[in-house]
Design a protein around this ligand. Structure first.
Ligand SMILES: [Zn+2]
Length: 148
C-alpha cells in the first residue's frame, strides 16, 4: 500500500465514523473544514436520523459555508480530503468525540455526543434542584486526537 492509499484509508475511516467530528486546517490557517454529524427530521415520516455533513469556515473573515463542494458523499469527500492533506498540505488539527460541560454552580458534569445539544439548564440535585443556566460557551470539546 502506498502512503497515499494508507492516508486515504485513514481519512475514509475518520469521515465515516458518525461519533467523530474531524477538523481540518489549511497550511496558512485561513480555512477550516469540519466534518460532523447532524440530526435531520424526515418531513414525511417525522423520523429523525443522523446525517454526516461538512462545512467550510473562513477563519480570517469569519462565516461558514455548509457543504461548499457538494452534498456529503463519503467517497467524494474521502478523495477530496486525502488530496487536501497530501497535495494541499492541510492537516487534521482535531478529532472530537463529543463535549463535556461542568455546571459552574453545583459542579455536575454532563457529557454529550457531537450531534447532541448542550442542555439549557442543569439537572443536578443537591439539597435542592440546581437550575443553573447552561450554554455552549461552557462546553469543552472531548478531543481524542490532537495533531496540531
Ligand atoms: Zn448545577
Amino acid at each position: 500500500m502506498t502512503s497515499h492509499q494508507s492516508l486515504e484509508h485513514r481519512v475514509r475511516a475518520l469521515l465515516g465514523n458518525h461519533e467523530l467530528k474531524v477538523v481540518l486546517d489549511s497550511p496558512e490557517d485561513d480555512y477550516r473544514f469540519e466534518y460532523y454529524t447532524t440530526i435531520v427530521k424526515d418531513r414525511k415520516s417525522g423520523n429523525s436520523r443522523q446525517v454526516r455533513a461538512y462545512r467550510l469556515i473562513d477563519l480570517r473573515k469569519g462565516g461558514a459555508t455548509p457543504e461548499p463542494w457538494d452534498v456529503y458523499d463519503i467517497e467524494k469527500q474521502t478523495g477530496l480530503v486525502t488530496n487536501l492533506i497530501d497535495v494541499g498540505r492541510y492537516r487534521i488539527s482535531r478529532i472530537v468525540a463529543g463535549w463535556t460541560i461542568k455546571c459552574p454552580s453545583c459542579g455536575k458534569v454532563v457529557q454529550g455526543k457531537i450531534w447532541s445539544a448542550v442542555p439549557k439548564t442543569c439537572g443536578g440535585r443537591g439539597s435542592k434542584k440546581c437550575r443553573q443556566k447552561l450554554d455552549d460557551s461552557l462546553a469543552e470539546e472531548i478531543v481524542i486526537d490532537d495533531e496540531a
